[in-house]
Design a protein around this ligand. Structure first.
Ligand SMILES: Cc1cc2nc3c(=O)[nH]c(=O)nc-3n(C[C@H](O)[C@H](O)[C@H](O)COP(=O)(O)O)c2cc1C
Length: 217
């Protein structure tokens, strides 16, 4: 195996730094070969004990997407009581619209029982199965960027609603709803930064040597 040359290395960092969470999509269909490559990227993620706990439910039916959006909208309303001001609730609503707009939604699930009772490494930290699934999702996010596609991660929903809509068994975790499609508004910086919700914090303050120290507070 050879490592990357300089140009390839820069491309990897460019992808990591420019990938964004997106919430508005064009109706233009997504090529199935691009989706195949994105799923292949997901399936090459690292996983604890190589358990590969993920499954992918591809939702292209508008009716099913509407039901998923209904579940997210219900949760958005419940969350809205924590925020004051129109901007915040409007902002959360946009993400729900994205669920209906995007031509494809992928529900990524995690099966904690995959690999049987003794998955190497997972016995010490059980949530490593979910962490492995998150690695798969990040691969999808980066691969989507490489394909010129936008991806948005929705996690505000009640898992039971998503299980009901997508007929997911009770022991399987619906980890994420990912909206995928083309966009004419790929954000240059995190949307939450643009709307002054939060900004990227200093990395320098997060690094310590030989013992815990957090200078960011
Ligand atoms: C685990 C996880 C869950 C997320 N859930 C939501 C969500 O429910 N709604 C939403 O609008 N964005 C969600 N996001 C996207 C984040 O808001 C976004 O990644 C963050 O604001 C940074 O922006 P960036 O991804 O463009 O860098 C989620 C991201 C992660 C990693």
């Amino acid at each position: 195996m050879t490592f990357l040359n300089e140009k390839e290395k820069q491309t990897v960092y460019k992808t990591i730094l420019n990938r964004r969470d997106v919430r508005s999509f064009l109706p233009k269909p997504v090529p199935s070969d691009a989706i195949d490559r994105i799923l292949e990227a997901a399936h090459h993620a690292p996983s604890v004990g190589f358990m590969q706990p993920w499954n992918f439910i591809l939702v292209s039916s508008y009716e099913v997407k509407e039901r998923l959006a209904w579940a997210a909208e219900k949760e958005r309303k419940a969350l809205a009581i924590h925020y004051e001001g129109e901007k915040e609730t409007k902002f959360l609503r946009l993400k729900v619209e994205g669920l209906k707009e995007a031509p494809l939604t992928i529900c990524v699930t995690c099966d904690p029982t995959k690999g049987g009772a003794h998955v190497l490494g997972r016995n010490s930290i059980p949530e490593t199965d979910m962490l492995s699934t998150a690695c798969a999702i990040q691969n999808m996010w980066l691969a989507s960027f490489a394909e010129g596609l936008a991806l948005g991660w929705v996690s505000f929903y009640k898992k039971e609603d998503i299980r009901n809509i997508l007929k997911i068994p009770p022991h399987i975790e619906p980890v994420a709803l990912l909206s995928i499609g083309y966009t004419d508004k790929y954000p240059e910086k995190p949307i939450l930064e643009s709307v002054n919700w939060e900004k990227r914090q200093s990395l320098k303050d997060r690094i310590s040597h030989n013992e815990w120290k957090d200078s960011s507070n």
